[in-house]
Design a protein around this ligand. Structure first.
Ligand SMILES: [Fe+2]
Length: 202
């Protein structure tokens, strides 16, 4: 007779406001500094100027909890994007499509003001505002990235199938996403077509 070990499942807790963007019970963290984001922003002069003035703090970071790699397992975490602009573009994550294209993801706004920019491989674009209490269902087959269009830290709770995987190259190989999230004349945000964009090759 074989014995089965049952792993205790620790609760995943969001920490209070003083530690916005932190997760209790997480077992993975990664962060990206501005210097890791070469090619993400279209305005290279503005990017280099921002690098010269950079304080070395992460531009965004992700803390998550993954309990196992089984088919059907979920990864739950918190993503945090610092505010800022590089040229006209607002601060953002690299963005990705799931390596398993059919895998969806749920985001839930915790703090700040953002936009979830989503595009399909064949030409659809959507931008959905993220504010506290708003849930965003990113279906499978949509490239997605978080953009901070506010003045505060943008934090979102997310949940996706652990086996989804992330393909981060899909955007860079196409010269960026089809749409850019840029400032408008009233301190808000708007979308502008990215003239560097070529079609996605996947
Ligand atoms: Fe994702």
């Amino acid at each position: 007779m074989s014995s089965t070990m049952i792993h205790p499942v620790e609760p995943v807790r969001l920490l209070p406001d003083a530690m916005l963007g932190a997760l209790a019970g997480g077992n993975s963290r990664y962060e990206k500094a501005l210097g890791d984001l070469g090619g993400v922003y279209r305005d290279q002069l503005a990017y280099r100027a921002a690098l010269d003035a950079d304080d070395g703090e992460p531009a965004y970071w992700v803390e998550s909890s993954t309990l196992d790699e089984d088919d059907g397992a979920l990864t739950v975490g918190v993503s945090s994007v610092r505010p800022g602009r590089i040229g006209d573009e607002f601060a953002m994550t690299r963005g990705h499509i799931h390596a398993r294209h059919d895998c969806a993801e749920l985001y839930y706004g915790l703090s700040g003001h953002g936009v979830m920019l989503m595009e399909t491989l064949d030409g659809e674009s959507r931008a959905v505002e993220i504010t506290p209490g708003v849930a965003i269902h990113v279906p499978g087959r949509w490239i997605h990235r978080s953009v901070n269009v506010g003045a505060e830290l943008l934090t979102t709770l997310f949940c996706y199938p652990t086996t989804a995987g992330q393909d981060y190259d899909v955007i860079g190989e196409a010269g960026g996403m089809r749409m850019l999230v840029v400032g408008d004349s009233t301190d808000g945000w708007t979308l502008r077509e990215n003239t560097d964009h070529t079609e996605y090759r996947r």
